[in-house]
Design a protein around this ligand. Structure first.
Ligand code: HEC
Length: 396
């Protein structure tokens, strides 16, 4: 999850979009989405028992079990991509994340079995980000009241506990944990980036899943008043507070607003957000981007192939270009790609290409300049053709 989106993954997406889902392996056939989720949950909890304790993780007698669990977990991640029992939610995000999730789970499991144990451990733990990214897009899907968690949470920080609870769809409990992390002055002093991540993760749940300005305001107040908050974070919190106050003044939206109304609302929010940001990576408009992205996910769930979906993909890419720590890194590029592939030779495709190209260039830029591998240049050229207003551009 920490690696930049490799261009190879972009090709995989292109192939996946062209071919559809892969056929199910025999043992996974016929399983409903919910039962696949519960399999994942069970295996992930088993894995965490070992991953969360250095002593258990490093005891040679446990190696075989941990590797077997990691393999099973990767197989279960692959099962999400299979034809037959698809997600009840038709947002293309689910397919995009399922593909990335399976790839990352393989990578983590292989790292572990090839002896890169510390690295494999970190990668496996980071997979929780995929559960969270899928589950906290909007207010849809089941929400579980707090269930007692077992031994697997021993020794976890508030932030890690919040992540696990969000992954298990225990959103109220997750919010409480994130709030505790934000109230933790030791965390702020020792790791302001983790502290900021806790605040944003909490905001994502409060804004998108709970749809609650009050819950969001409670987190922002803690950020604003914490002792020792760096000035830039305090200023961000002031801007977040203003966005939440404005939100509270708006009339409650109708539950069944039409896709075109959702699109209009998302565009309004993104327009405001861009006006508010002082530079592209400025996070002071996060509340607006979170609200816009929830609107767009709801639109995409209801009309994955409707007349507004290409534009919705483009706008979702813009949101995650900024909200990069809410989702696995590089996710925004998948939306730009999906947008180009869905509606080649259109104005939207052109805009998506421009953002995609810029993001790829940034990814290959380091202290010694920009070094694009030949294969990446070739892919960019083909995508550029495909996004050109007219012409015979074809992706090969
Ligand atoms: C690719 C997207 C995606 C990923 C990755 C994902 N989930 Fe889910 N999950 C969903 C969706 C969508 C639903 C809700 C389906 C619905 O609307 O009923 C769901 C529902 C669930 C449920 C509720 C099942 C039920 O009984 O109804 C559990 C539990 C769950 N997920 C656990 C997990 C865990 C744990 C992980 C990570 C290890 C995970 N999920 C990863 C998309 C995902």
């Amino acid at each position: 999850m920490n690696a930049r989106l490799p261009i190879a993954a972009a090709s995989a997406l292109i192939v996946a979009l062209a071919l559809g889902a892969v056929p199910a392996r025999a043992e996974e056939k016929g399983k409903s989405w919910a039962s696949k989720m519960r399999d994942l949950e069970r295996t992930f909890k088993d894995l965490l028992l070992d991953l969360n304790s250095t002593e258990r993780f490093n005891a040679p007698r446990n190696f075989k079990r941990i590797e077997a669990n990691a393999k099973r977990f990767a197989a279960q991640a692959h099962a999400l991509k299979e034809r037959g029992a698809p997600s009840p939610d038709r947002d293309p995000t689910v397919g995009i994340l399922a593909g990335q999730f399976a790839e990352e789970a393989d990578h983590a499991s292989e790292a572990l079995s090839s002896g890169h144990r510390a690295y494999g451990r970190e990668r496996l733990r980071s997979l929780v980000g995929f559960c969270i990214a899928c589950h906290t897009r909007d207010g849809e899907g089941p929400k579980f009241r707090t269930m007692a968690l077992g031994e697997e949470v021993n020794g976890l920080s508030h932030l890690e506990r919040g992540d696990l609870q969000a992954a298990l769809r225990q959103f109220d409990a997750a919010l409480e944990s994130y709030e505790k992390a934000v109230a933790d002055s030791m965390l702020l002093a020792s790791n302001p980036f983790e502290w900021e991540r806790a605040a944003v993760a909490g905001l994502a749940v409060a804004v998108r899943v709970s749809g609650s300005p009050d819950r969001a305001a409670a987190i922002v107040e803690k950020v604003r008043t914490a002792k020792g908050t760096p000035l830039y974070l305090r200023e961000q919190a002031v801007a977040w507070k203003k966005s939440i106050q404005d939100w509270k003044l708006e009339p409650p939206p109708s539950k069944d607003r039409k896709p075109v109304e959702r699109l209009r609302e998302a565009k309004r929010l993104i327009g405001e957000a861009r006006e508010q940001q002082k530079y592209p990576a400025d996070r002071s408009a996060d509340v607006l981007y979170l609200r816009a992205s929830a609107e767009l996910h709801e639109l995409l769930s209801r009309q994955p192939d409707g007349e507004h979906s290409t534009e919705a993909l483009y706008l979702t890419g813009l949101c995650y270009d900024v909200l990069e720590d809410v989702v696995p890194r590089g996710l925004h590029e998948y939306y730009y790609l999906a947008c180009i592939l869905r509606s080649p030779h259109t104005q939207n495709a052109r805009q998506c290409f421009l953002h995609y190209e810029q993001s790829v260039y940034l990814g290959y830029t380091g202290s010694s300049g920009t070094h694009l591998p030949r294969s990446v240049k070739d892919k960019l050229r083909r995508l550029e053709e495909l996004s050109a207003p007219e012409g015979p551009g074809r992706l090969q």
